[in-house]
Design a protein around this ligand. Structure first.
Ligand code: GUN
Ligand code: ZN
Length: 429
């Protein structure tokens, strides 16, 4: 006999993308809703009364006025940067050399990597993130540590070995051949095992020779259903450096494109300072851009053009980019996306912010059939949000006239205290 659980509360999911459909058509909100879970899968969504009547045999988990949604999907993180998050005072290249590379050098030690992977998932699950797509370090052991910990916790998770064969310290350089060989071995070990996916991961053009980009492009051609993740046009100094390193390239994107690293399963982090040609090509191939707003303000990178890119129909996900990002929380990340939108002259609606953090990121990762939404057939990775988790939030949401006014104070001011419950494949943590 299958065990049925009926989770009751306010419920929020999406029928459609709220950047393109009217908010009320895009969102599926029920003030007294329910989510039926059987064997880790969502099997019904509807009003609490109807679901109770139709499924009298279900065990009831009543979350009261909490808001039940899909867990957050963080589409770009560096789990090895967990312990050096919030490092002061540098911009991208200096920040990498001063703080990031020394810390990443420690991940050849499998025990150290395992300890940080466990800490990373403790922190992100406490913040309601149920799936993350992570970079690792050049060390295969760092990928094994991340996947082993995700597997132990039953999580859907994505990661890849970060490849670098130049402009990095000796302790953090592989070669074109070893990057290809190690990535392929890790892909064969982990991709498709339980809920894990391997992601081919050249860090960014400055730390790869053309030979290494070509080798990873060849690997992607062998495994085109795999995702490929990298960084693109984050800071102007970085772009100038890429132009020097790749004098024949038409632009930054072309350094990837000319080595087989542009495609629909590509994830391009940051993508702030894009040329018209880059925007056209990214849209044409339907690649995913990953917006990392707390990172973009923290490292001083610039303002992502959410309104312009969504209007062109670009596929976009949202991410913390820890530890260039300054928070593990997707709530804080939504707040930063809102603030960057304001600085760019467009106020993102709470539905758009919440969609980006759940269904939008899942869509960017090509996983929207499985995670990131309340829909029948999806994996039951769920959270319950307390919309009155602090006195400041409670007094503001008490005045709300609708779900969006009630949710927005938690988006802007909420943190891990707002996460009342997390379920992984229907099991409460
Ligand atoms: N570009 C290349 N590597 C990194 C990284 O680790 N973090 C950020 N924010 N940008 C990068
Ligand atoms: Zn990054």
């Amino acid at each position: 006999m299958t065990r049925k659980t009926l989770i009751l509360g306010q419920t929020l999911g999406f029928h459609d993308d709220p950047f393109h459909a009217a908010i009320d058509d895009a969102a599926r909100y029920d003030a007294h809703g329910g989510v039926l879970v059987e064997n880790g899968t969502i099997t019904a969504i509807g009003s609490a009364d109807t679901l109770r009547r139709d499924h009298p045999d279900a065990a009831i988990t009543d979350m009261g006025r909490a808001l039940i949604t899909a867990g957050f999907v963080d589409a770009h993180v560096h789990y090895p940067q967990t312990a050096m998050i919030a490092s002061w005072g540098k911009r991208l290249i200096d920040w990498l050399n001063s703080y990031t590379f020394p810390e990443e050098s420690r991940f050849g030690d499998a025990a150290y990597a395992a300890g940080i992977a466990a800490r990373y998932f403790d922190l992100t699950l406490a913040n309601g993130t149920t799936t993350a797509c992570s970079y690792s370090t050049i060390h295969p052991a760092s990928v094994d540590a991340f996947f082993a910990e995700a597997q132990r916790r039953g999580l859907r998770a994505l990661a890849g070995k970060t490849c670098m064969d130049r402009n990095a310290p000796d302790t953090l350089r592989d070669t074109a051949q070893s990057a290809y060989d190690d990535s392929k071995a890790l892909l064969n070990r982990w991709h498709g095992r339980d809920r894990l996916s391997y992601v081919i991961t050249p860090r960014f053009s400055p730390t790869s020779t053309p030979g290494q980009l070509g080798a990873l492009g060849a690997l992607w051609a062998e495994y085109p259903d795999c995702l490929m993740q990298t960084h693109l046009s984050e800071q102007t100094d970085e772009i100038a450096w890429v132009n020097q390193l790749y004098p024949d390239a038409r632009d930054y994107l072309d350094t990837y494109e000319s080595h087989g690293l542009l495609g629909p399963n590509g994830l391009y982090g940051h993508a702030i300072h894009l040329t018209p040609r880059e925007k056209d090509r990214l849209r044409e191939v339907d690649a995913s851009l990953i917006h990392c707003p707390t990172s973009n303000t923290f490292i001083g990178s610039g303002l992502f053009d959410m309104a312009g890119l969504t209007a062109r129909g670009q596929r976009i996900g949202l991410a913390t980019d820890t530890g260039g990002g300054s928070s593990f929380s997707m709530l804080r990340t939504m707040a930063a996306a809102y603030e960057i939108g304001q600085l760019n002259g467009s106020a993102l609606h709470p539905a758009q912010l919440y969609w980006l953090a759940t269904a939008g990121s899942a869509r960017a990762l090509r996983l929207d059939d499985r995670i990131g939404n309340l829909k029948v057939g999806a994996e039951a990775d769920l959270i319950a949000l307390d919309l009155a988790s602090t006195p400041a939030i409670a007094q503001r949401s008490a005045r709300a006239n609708d779900i969006w006014e009630s949710l927005f104070p938690t988006i802007m001011m909420g943190d891990d205290r707002a996460i009342a419950q997390v379920w992984i494949k229907g099991k409460p943590l």
